[in-house]
Design a protein around this ligand. Structure first.
Ligand code: AMP
Length: 377
C-alpha cells in the first residue's frame, strides 16, 4: 500500500495454514496467481510472501528496505492498549502475556511480528489492536455478573474483537445511510465470527467477550456454551481442563459439527444432502438471528444490518438463512439481489424492507495502513 495515497500496489492472502492444501493468492497489476503449498506455520507463510514480493518478475520491491512500515493486526490488547502503537520489547511481552486470552491469535500475531522484524529490519513495526473499537461498550454490557473484584482487580470483562473490521464497515454503512444518528448491527463472519451493535457510530455491545470464544458459531470455536458443561466434562467425563480448552477452541464450531472448517465445503456437502452440514448451517444462522434480536432490543430499533468478511460477503446461503422469517425486525431480503456476486458495497433488501440489509466488503488492511501511517508521520 502506498501511503498516504492509499494506492494498492499488491495484495495477497495465505489461507489454511497448518492444513495440507494451504494456498497463497497474490495480486498485482501484472499478476494474479494462486499457489498451493504445504505451509505449516505463520512464519513459513510470511517467508513465501516475501519471496513473491522480491521475485524479479512478479515482485513489487527490489529490496526489503523499501518497506517503511509494517502494520500488524493484533487480536488481544487487554486493558493495556486502547490505541495503535509502535512495537517495542514491552509491547511484544504484553502480546505474549495476552496469548493466554487469545490462544488462536496472539501467538500467530507475535510470530508474524518476529518474522517481519527479521525480514524488514529497517521498517517500523506497528500494532493495531482488535479490542480498541470496543472501548465504548458501557459497563452494563461489558461486565459479567461475577464478583466485582474480578473486574476491578483482574480485568475480567468483555473486551470485544474484530474492531478494525466493525469500525471500517460501520463507518461505510453510516456514510451510505447518510445519517450520523443510526442503529446498525455489523455481522463479521469469517474464520472468526462476531456481531456488534453500533449506535451513533459507537460500539455499544459485542458478541465476543473476554476472549474471542463467545457468541456465534465459528470455524473451530463453539461460541456460546453453558459453562457448566466444562465442569461436567472435567468432573464426570474424564477430560482435563487442557483437553476441554483444545476441544472448544480448535475442534468445535462448524468443524465439530461437520468435520469441515471451510464454509464452502460445508455448503457443497449440504447441497449434496449431508444432514450434518445442513443442520450446522441452520444452527449457525439461528445463532446470528438471536443476536440480531438482542441488539435490536439493546438499541431500541434498527436501521441496517451489515454482512462482512469471507462468509458474510460471499455466502448467499448464510445471508438467506439469517434473514428469512425476520419480518418482525423489518428485514426483507431480495433474493435476486442476494444471489448476485459483486465485490462492492451493495444493498440486498427489497424496496419494501424497513431495514437495510447491506453487504460491505471489509478492508482491515486499509484501516490498518491508515492507522499505522498516521502513527508514524
Ligand atoms: P475471513 O476470515 O474473512 O478471511 O474468512 C474466511 C472464511 O470465509 C473461509 O474459511 C471460508 O469459510 C469463508 N469463505 C470464503 N469464501 C467463501 C465463499 N465463496 N463462500 C462461502 N464461504 C466463503
Amino acid at each position: 500500500m502506498d501511503m498516504p495515497s492509499e494506492t494498492l500496489i499488491c495484495s495477497g492472502l495465505v489461507e489454511r495454514i497448518g492444513y495440507k492444501n494451504a494456498t497463497i493468492s497474490y495480486k498485482t497489476n501484472g499478476e494474479n496467481l494462486q499457489q498451493t503449498h504445504h505451509i505449516e506455520t505463520h512464519s513459513q507463510g510470511l517467508e513465501r510472501v516475501v519471496e513473491l514480493l522480491l521475485d524479479p518478475k512478479k515482485g513489487v520491491i527490489t529490496h526489503t528496505n523499501e518497506i517503511k512500515v509494517v502494520g500488524h493486526r493484533v487480536v488481544h490488547g487487554g486493558n493495556s492498549f486502547s490505541d495503535t502503537t509502535l512495537i517495542t520489547t514491552e509491547v511484544k511481552d504484553k502480546i505474549q502475556e495476552y496469548a493466554a486470552l487469545a490462544p488462536l491469535h496472539n501467538p500467530g500475531n507475535l510470530e508474524g511480528i518476529l518474522v517481519a522484524e527479521e525480514i524488514f529490519p529497517s521498517a517500523k513495526q506497528v500494532a493495531i489492536f482488535d479490542t480498541a473499537f470496543h472501548q465504548t461498550i458501557p459497563e452494563k454490557a461489558k461486565r459479567y455478573a461475577i464478583p466485582t473484584s474480578l473486574y476491578e482487580e483482574n480485568g475480567i470483562q468483555v473486551y470485544g474483537f474484530h474492531g478494525t473490521s466493525h469500525q471500517y464497515v460501520s463507518e461505510k454503512a453510516i456514510a451510505y445511510l447518510g445519517k450520523e444518528s443510526s442503529k446498525i448491527i455489523t455481522i463479521h463472519l469469517g474464520n472468526g465470527c462476531s456481531m456488534t451493535a453500533v449506535k451513533d457510530g459507537k460500539s455499544i455491545d459485542h458478541s465476543l467477550g473476554f476472549t474471542p470464544s463467545n457468541g456465534l458459531i465459528m470455524g473451530t470455536r463453539s461460541g456460546d456454551i453453558d459453562h457448566a458443561i466444562i465442569f461436567h466434562m472435567v468432573n464426570n467425563l474424564g477430560y482435563t481442563l487442557d483437553n476441554v480448552k483444545t476441544l472448544l477452541t480448535n475442534q468445535s464450531g462448524m468443524l465439530g459439527l461437520t468435520g469441515h472448517v471451510d464454509l464452502r465445503d460445508i455448503q457443497a456437502e449440504a447441497e449434496n444432502g449431508n444432514k450434518d452440514c445442513q443442520l450446522a448451517l441452520s444452527m449457525n444462522a439461528y445463532r446470528i438471528k438471536k443476536y440480531i434480536g438482542a441488539y435490536a432490543a439493546a438499541m431500541n430499533g434498527l436501521d441496517a444490518i451489515v454482512f462482512t468478511a469471507g462468509i458474510g460477503e460471499n455466502s448467499s446461503v448464510i445471508r438467506q438463512l439469517v434473514c428469512e422469517d425476520m419480518e418482525v425486525f423489518g428485514l426483507n431480503l431480495g433474493t435476486t439481489k442476494n444471489n448476485k456476486r459483486s465485490g462492492d458495497l451493495r444493498e440486498i433488501n427489497t424496496t419494501a424492507s424497513k431495514v437495510k440489509i447491506l453487504v460491505i466488503p471489509t478492508n482491515e488492511e486499509l484501516e490498518i495502513a491508515k492507522q499505522a501511517y498516521e502513527l508514524v508521520t
